[in-house]
Design a protein around this ligand. Sequence first.
Ligand SMILES: Nc1ncnc2c1ncn2[C@@H]1O[C@H](COP(=O)(O)OP(=O)(O)O)[C@@H](O)[C@H]1O
Ligand SMILES: [Mg+2]
Length: 258
Amino acid sequence: MGSGYSMKNLTIQNVSKTYFDPYAGANVTAVHDISLKVNQGEFISIVGPSGCGKTTLLNMVAGFLPISGGSITIDDKPIKGPGADRGVVFQTFALFPWKTVGENVGFGPRMRGLPKKECDQIALEFLSLVGLEHVAQKYPNELSGGMQQRVGVVRALANNPDVLLMDEPFASVDAQTRMTLQEELTKIWQARRPTILFITHDVPESVFLADRVVVLSKGRVLEDMPIQLQRPRVWEHLIEDDTFKGFSSQVLSKVRSA
Ligand SMILES: Nc1ncnc2c1ncn2[C@@H]1O[C@H](COP(=O)(O)OP(=O)(O)O)[C@@H](O)[C@H]1O
Ligand SMILES: [Mg+2]
């Protein structure tokens, strides 16, 4: 499968975003001033209280929302809109219910014009990353929530995006499944090394996953903390690990002061 990622750097420079709120008849500044340099292959968690601008920031990087100020560039090229170089996974995202799981995962490659047989093969390879190759012929509604979420993650990966943008993708699954998904995601990331921006308001999740945790507060970066923990990361070991607990409590106190 090979990784084949070509992106060098994602640079977010003094970015701001102001919405016009038609109900209030006024402008709302969701993102005041955010700068962030993300290196190829880095795993970054962005954490902060509800309303601090996480989703707004992600949508601007995805190219779904125009920025109000500053710049967002990939390899010095400004982002002008959505692109196949960036894959997005939301908390509630729709798999196509009328397509099989395999067809869902192979959809991106198919849209790039690859022959059906090859797309089926790609879908199987990606499904096997999360142990789901046996459900390729099933339809999404035959799968549990956790399985659907896994399919969503590998569907995004099957496009070989340089950057994977994830907005609270595990927020709606039960606690045990969530831990498994977190471990799986770190494994996939280690094997393939896409750049990941992972949004969450869950502090342990942010620390468990990332190389760096960026804490946002009211549309600004409050803290950018490197997480020096060995990989592979496994909950069974980390849950009692003093270094892990130390990082978690540092991030927590920042988030609570945010
Ligand atoms: N489309 C919109 N129009 C007006 N205000 C918005 C819009 N989307 C988000 N906001 C406001 O921007 C702020 C940041 O929202 P958001 O980026 O969704 O935060 P988070 O994802 O961290 O919870 C909030 O105050 C929210 O109400
Ligand atoms: Mg949000």
